[in-house]
Ligand binder design. Structure first.
Ligand SMILES: [Zn+2]
Length: 335
């Protein structure tokens, strides 16, 4: 079974390496080595072009991600990471205007100060989206596929980037599959709520979104991920949020997961896209429930018991050294 696990990965992620930042390239290199040691088959992503990305994100956001660093470099301060210093306010007393000014556009399209745009950020984000798309295509051949994406994606909205995320890799893959008549469900297991993914499918009935995460009353992203957010319009009932205490231990986590998976099973998806975060590991610098690496083995078993094709799309997880045993345990459980 392990040799049937395709691993999609692009070395292009290394070109995006913010200084003094948790989203370090080493994270994904550790996961890649663990997957290869498990017996995964390395696959080079193809190029699906910009269309499947533009189907999910706004033209303004895509243009900004591609040009922000270059435009910033032309400012008198000289080349430096593009990070907003002023954010668009909720109420301006009139229509919100977005000037041509690079500062105005950054503050309009970014949710936080944690997500710099560097010279090759667009290249890395584009490569990650293509990695997710290539893995989605491989799902037609294999029951389990791993898209080892970096930068991550689940905090990126149609028109907003933030939370280390620029393009929403899982959402791009889900929309691509849905356009081809599939009925994917997304299960987000990152420690942080997948606010961008939720927003992208909030009014859609064709992609069920379920997230298990630390209670946003205490943790990033703070403004979304509450249990009373259940979708709207045609998507009413197609969003499910399970907010857990930040110190949740393994048995309670497994129980919540099985409950969530029963809800996923009830909508009978023909593919499960897992937004895979390892920042639920105890000791993670940006999260950390009370999960040991071994706790991921039963998680893998529960996912496999659903009996659907599974696409793993990598999101967060920042505890170097623990990522390897956690991924190995998960893959053992899955297979
Ligand atoms: Zn996270």
């Amino acid at each position: 079974m392990p040799d049937s696990l395709p691993l999609f990965y692009s070395p292009g992620h290394r070109r995006h390496a913010p200084a003094d930042h948790s989203d370090a390239p080493e994270r994904v290199e550790e996961l890649r080595q663990a997957a290869l040691d498990f017996g995964a088959r390395a696959c080079a992503p193809g190029d699906f072009g910009i269309a499947p990305i533009a189907a999910v994100h706004s033209p303004e956001l895509l243009a900004l991600l591609q040009t922000a660093y270059r435009r910033f470099a032309q400012l008198k301060e000289g080349p430096r990471p593009a990070v907003p210093d002023t954010f668009a306010v909720r109420e301006s007393g009139g229509a919100r205007r977005v000037a041509h000014n690079i500062w105005a556009q950054l503050g309009h399209h970014c949710t936080d100060s944690l997500t710099p745009i560097l010279p090759h950020t667009w290249d890395a984000a584009y490569a990650a989206a293509q990695t997710a798309l290539s893995a989605a295509q491989a799902l037609y051949e294999s029951p389990l596929v791993y898209a080892l994406t970096r930068p991550p994606g689940h905090h990126a909205y149609r028109d907003l980037y933030g939370g280390y995320c620029y393009l929403n890799n899982a959402a791009i893959a889900a929309h691509w599959l849905a356009e081809r008549g599939r009925r994917p469900a997304i299960l987000d297991l990152d420690y942080h709520h997948g606010n961008g993914t939720q927003a992208l499918f909030y009014e859609r009935a064709d992609v069920f979104f379920c997230s298990l995460h630390a209670d946003p009353a205490d943790e990033y992203p703070y403004y979304a991920g509450y249990p009373d957010e259940m979708g709207a319009g045609e998507g009413e009932g197609a969003t499910l949020n399970v907010a857990l205490p930040a110190d949740t231990e393994a048995t309670a986590y497994w129980r919540a997961l099985d409950w969530a998976l029963a809800a996923v099973d009830a909508v009978a998806p023909d593919a499960l896209i897992v937004s895979l975060g390892f920042d639920t590991l105890a000791g993670d610098p940006h999260g950390g429930m009370r999960l040991s690496p071994d706790a991921f083995r039963p998680i893998g078993r529960s996912l496999a018991a659903l009996g659907r094709p599974i696409l793993l799309v990598q999101e967060g997880g920042y505890l170097l050294g623990a990522l390897r045993p956690a991924l190995l345990a998960l893959l053992e459980g899955l297979t």
